[in-house]
Design a protein around this ligand. Structure first.
Ligand SMILES: Cc1cc2nc3c(=O)[nH]c(=O)nc-3n(C[C@H](O)[C@H](O)[C@H](O)COP(=O)(O)OP(=O)(O)OC[C@H]3O[C@@H](n4cnc5c(N)ncnc54)[C@H](O)[C@@H]3O)c2cc1C
Length: 478
């Protein structure tokens, strides 16, 4: 049976495997998906997870639950030797092994792209994973709890200051969502006032959200300013050390939360570890039919889709002639890729990918959003409804849709769930604090005991079975 290996079970990988299960006949091919994570993450919901609008666990889709006919392997692909059609799979524990395949689908996505700015690698957090989104939420909620115990002053200000770097879609969404969350939190903290909370977004360009028109982006800027959030355009971060963010304008912002959303780059582990062709921006060179290669040359048996690939945008709308890295493309490319792969296995001709951008929709906090499609722009409440409607429907599987919609429904009636579970970062701390430990071993007696008579040991076996340290333990525990 031909072996199909899918590298990465995110948006594109999950959909590829899901659709292959649908299109492949029984016994036609065996599919294996490899991802270090046991789930695919619906990244467009991460800003709402960070703001406590959706429970973190609900925005991920379990691979084993939803891929019933696919072999799921939780490990990393660290090398692709396509010349010999062998991939190296490296698990978190145990030895790496080699996996032979006939067809490979590379969908290992992108990672946060940073620059060598002092302090960013050590002090900032990205927004690509559900763990990051949940950590941001817990950190901000915990900081509110701590700030409420402090007198007004620089330390309290620092705890109540959030800095987001990058004014693209993800940055603006998380910034607006967090501002809205902080404003709603104030009701529960009589010690804190609105003026005590500070939100700064740093953008190197002269505008935000390149995906929408200039006019719409300016509306977003005004709306954020009305809500007490500062956007610094034409400004770069120059340092993030010692609890301060230093800006190119000379301003210094003391803060405890730095969220980095200034761009992504194709997964370097997978790209550099493979012998597949790569274009100038580090993505896998992919044809419009989603096979790896160029229009002139096909790399037989290799496919790519999603953020790791440079797929030509045949509508003429993409940046540099390629599809932009977003979920809209990733999901559609994956669906076509599955069909094309099956077509090639059956000796048929694959189709070319053609998708005209549907537009962009962003949530900007409860009841607020923007939507842009061509010249049509909707702002405010109806755009927010469109945002929830679109993403609610786009969430893969009914099982997951219900959980997300259930969270929205609950929050509508019961309000945001504003409790920090910061202790999940150190879950053993409470147990460890009171846990009894064996006493340090006693120094050996100066006069050694006479040798033990084996007969007397046999008689006293029950008593001798309790080691001295265990006896001590029992006493301590009482
Ligand atoms: C905050 C945020 C908001 C967004 N909002 C929108 C939006 O509103 N609309 C939109 O269209 N797009 C949006 N996007 C972009 C969209 O989510 C991505 O374009 C999409 O997830 C790309 O899918 P992918 O499958 O290429 O990569 P991913 O979904 O990132 O999946 C990559 C997978 O590869 C796995 N992997 C990594 N390394 C390895 C390895 N060595 N071996 C095996 N597997 C590996 C990862 O664990 C991951 O599961 C948003 C992104 C973010 C971060």
């Amino acid at each position: 049976m031909p072996q199909i290996l899918v590298v990465g079970g995110g948006y594109a990988g999950f959909y590829t495997a899901w659709k292959l299960e649908k299109h492949l006949r029984k016994g036609e091919a065996e599919v294996t998906i490899v991802d270090p994570l046991p789930y695919m993450t619906y990244q467009p919901f991460l800003p709402e997870v960070a703001a406590g609008e959706i429970e973190g666990r609900h925005v991920v889709v379990g691979l084993r639950r939803h891929l019933k006919r696919t072999n799921v392997v939780n490990a990393k692909v660290t090398k692709i030797d396509h010349a010999n059609k062998v991939a190296t799979i490296t698990p978190a524990q145990g030895e790496p092994w080699e996996h032979r395949y006939d067809q490979i689908v590379v969908t290992a996505g992108a990672v946060s792209r940073t620059f060598p700015i002092p302090g960013i690698a050590d002090n900032a957090i990205g927004l690509k994973t559900v763990e990051e989104a949940m950590a941001i939420r817990d950190r901000i909620l915990t900081n509110f709890d701590r700030a409420a115990n402090l007198p007004a002053g620089p330390e309290r200000d620092r705890l109540l200051t959030v800095v987001v770097v990058g004014g693209g879609f993800a940055g603006i969404e998380v910034f607006a969502e967090l501002r809205a969350m902080a404003s709603s939190l104030l009701k529960s903290y009589p010690q804190l006032r609105f003026e005590d909370t500070h939100f700064h977004l740093i953008e190197a360009m002269g505008r935000i959200m390149p995906e929408v028109s200039l006019e719409t982006s300016q509306w977003v800027l005004k709306d954020l300013a009305k809500k007490g959030a500062n956007v610094h355009l034409d400004t770069q971060v120059q340092g993030a050390e010692g609890g301060n963010v230093a800006l190119s304008t000379g301003e210094v912002i003391p803060t405890d939360v730095i969220i980095w959303t200034a761009g992504v780059m194709a997964n370097p582990t997978v790209v550099r570890g493979s012998d597949l062709p790569v274009e100038e921006r580090g993505r896998i060179r992919t044809r419009a039919d989603l096979r790896v290669g160029t229009p002139e040359e096909i790399v037989e048996g290799a496919w790519a889709a999603g953020d790791i690939s440079a797929v030509p945008d045949l509508t003429g709308g993409g940046v540099g002639g390629y599809c932009v890295p977003n979920a809209q493309h990733a999901v559609r490319q994956a669906k076509l890729l599955a069909k094309n792969l099956v077509a090639v296995l059956r000796g048929e001709t694959p189709r070319e990918y053609f998708h005209k951008n549907l537009g962009a929709v962003a949530g900007l906090g409860l009841g607020n959003g923007v939507f842009q499609s061509g010249k049509i722009a909707i702002k405010g409440f109806f755009a927010w409804v469109a945002h929830r409607g679109y993403h609610g429907l786009a969430m893969p599987s009914w099982e997951r849709k219900w959980r997300v919609v259930g969270d929205w429904w609950m929050n509508f009636w019961l309000g945001r769930d504003n409790v920090a579970l910061q202790g999940t970062l150190t879950p053993r701390a409470a147990f460890e604090e009171f846990a009894a430990r064996p006493r340090p071993a006693q120094p050996a007696a100066e006069n050694p005991q006479p040798p033990i008579d084996p007969k007397s040991v046999a008689k006293d076996e029950g008593a001798a079975a309790v080691a001295p340290a265990e006896k001590d333990n029992k006493v301590d525990a009482n």
